[in-house]
Ligand binder design. Structure first.
Ligand SMILES: Cc1cc2nc3c(=O)[nH]c(=O)nc-3n(C[C@H](O)[C@H](O)[C@H](O)COP(=O)(O)OP(=O)(O)OC[C@H]3O[C@@H](n4cnc5c(N)ncnc54)[C@H](O)[C@@H]3O)c2cc1C
Length: 471
């Protein structure tokens, strides 16, 4: 074997997958066909749950929060005048430290992830294209533009046009709507204030009757989204015209990146082919409404990373079957909510839809690691909320840990870091006397029960050889 895991694609999904493996000391090669990291904004919303997931990798969420912003109000320009809408977002609580969507360009998210990955000694290999994949009982052979690699596992995080998925003949079920196209661009301009997300809409259906300009935090650029397209190529002069039509003093300075986006709503029926796992856009694509794509890819990678690492270090290989079982229903739900929010409904989201898109309520309760018990507090498969513990918090204590066990009194659970719960954590988790809660490495409740019960349940799932390496 040349390495333990090859990850194809260094977008947000592949970067998080590689990080989850590398920080556990797993040998990983991260290959990306592009000569350099992607420079466009694309996904510009990190959802609350993604911030929680990434916080376990100490420093990442703090850095992202420092570079992004929440609570950006919308200024809407319509036929009847200008309306300022209050910013969406909530105040932090002890169990949800990041309750609001964080606005920042996707390239910045990737940059922060690359920096953190470098600390683990891994750099994406740019300009290395995966061209073919052959699976075998003991691993996978990956033919690349730079030669052949053998590995135990391959993660196909190579985006919507995934070569890994195509090579393995995995159908990408769904539809492409060529008529649903918009231009997306990162631009510099003058004449608009950066304290609003400016949106223009008219029901005429005329070319470019829908335009949004969002200031990208910690940059001097804006993300332009505009549609519907007409027959013209949306080149720089067309973009200059769209911008200039916003007002007499509004003027385009430059275009840093532009692209035409088409609506694709597709997903695979299985995320796994033997030693190969699909993740992120390679497994599911949908409308950007609701800001779910990058976030769902991050969720896939967090779910898969610890499982691959555990199995490579001796845990029960059946753990890998839980990946599709847990993540496929999530993608199906995401395709539903993003379709619901397409076509302008995004800007009139109900409180329930805002909550859904935050991904805070995603649960694996009905999956193979969940449990159908209806007691109080978060149940197996549910998100594990934060809670104060001593002079710290559960989230802080989980940083760089693998499994965490929350207990009201001293307990010994092999393979897990035991955290002593105070009154607030006992209340948040509704811990009964003598009960402990095992929290999975990806921040979901694993099991509740006595320390003996949890210890027995955990044994086949925890790494038997080697330990988590805090990089
Ligand atoms: C306009 C727009 C707005 C969006 N807004 C949001 C948002 O607000 N929030 C959100 O969550 N999502 C949003 N998205 C979606 C988000 O951009 C994608 O879901 C996200 O990029 C998926 O990440 P990924 O890592 O799975 O794939 P990608 O980002 O596509 O990365 C795939 C990587 O694989 C590489 N690659 C491709 N083929 C090969 C190969 N054969 N070998 C090796 N490498 C290869 C590529 O170079 C690329 O770097 C938006 C998208 C668009 C277009």
């Amino acid at each position: 074997m040349d390495t333990e895991v090859v990850v194809a694609g260094a977008g947000p999904t592949g970067l998080v997958a590689a990080l989850e493996l590398a920080r556990r000391g797993i040998g990983v090669r991260l290959l990306d066909a592009a000569p350099a990291p992607f420079a466009g904004s694309r996904g510009k919303g990190l959802q609350p749950r993604s911030l929680e997931l990434l916080d376990v990798v100490g420093g990442v969420t703090d850095r992202l929060v420092a570079l992004g912003r929440t609570h950006l109000p919308v200024r809407r320009y319509g036929p009847d005048g200008v309306v300022d809408e209050p910013a969406q977002g909530r105040a932090p609580t002890p169990d949800t430290p990041w309750p609001s969507t964080l606005l920042l360009p996707q390239w910045r998210v990737e940059q922060v992830l690359r920096e953190r990955l470098a600390v683990c000694g891994v750099a994406p290999e740019q300009g290395v294209r995966v061209e073919d994949v052959a699976t075998a009982d003991d691993g996978v052979t990956v033919a690349t533009s730079e030669g052949t690699l053998r590995a135990r596992y391959l993660v196909g995080a190579d985006g919507g046009g995934s070569t890994v998925r195509r090579t393995l003949g995995v159908p990408f079920l769904g539809e492409t709507r060529e008529e649903m196209r918009m231009v997306v661009a990162d631009v510099e301009l003058e004449g608009l204030d950066r304290e609003h997300w400016h949106q223009w809409g008219s029901p005429s259906g005329a070319p470019y009757s829908w335009v949004a300009l969002c200031p990208l935090p910690a940059t001097s650029t804006w993300q332009l989204q505009a549609g519907p397209l007409d027959d013209r190529e949306p080149d720089d002069p067309v973009i200059a015209g769209i911008v200039a039509a916003r007002g007499p003093r509004v003027r385009l300075r430059s275009v840093a990146w532009r692209s035409v986006w088409r609506l694709n709503v597709r997903m695979v029926a299985d995320y796994r082919v033997g030693p190969v796992f699909l993740a992120g856009d390679a497994a599911h694509v949908h409308s950007p409404a609701g800001a779910q794509g990058m976030n769902t890819g991050i969720g896939d990678a967090m779910n898969l990373g610890w499982k691959l690492a555990a199995v490579l270090r001796g845990a029960d290989a059946g753990l890998l079957d839980t990946y599709t079982a847990e993540r496929l229903p999530i993608a199906a739900g995401v395709l539903g909510i993003s379709a619901e929010l397409s076509g302008g409904a995004m800007w009139a989201r109900t409180a329930a839809q805002v909550r859904t898109t935050s991904q805070l309520d995603l649960s694996y309760r009905d999956g193979p690691l969940g449990a159908s018990d209806d007691g109080p507090g978060p149940r197996p498969g549910d998100r594990a909320p934060d809670a104060p513990v001593g002079d710290s918090t559960l989230f802080l204590r989980r940083r760089e840990a693998d499994w965490t066990v929350l207990a009201a009194s001293a307990a010994d659970v092999e393979g897990a870091t035991v955290v002593l719960a105070g009154d607030e954590a006992i209340a948040t988790y509704a811990l009964a006397p003598g009960e402990v809660v095992a929290v999975r490495p990806d921040g979901y409740v694993g099991r509740r029960g006595t320390a003996d019960e949890v210890r027995a349940w955990l044994a086949p799932l925890t790494a038997q050889r080697g330990t988590v390496r805090a990089a």
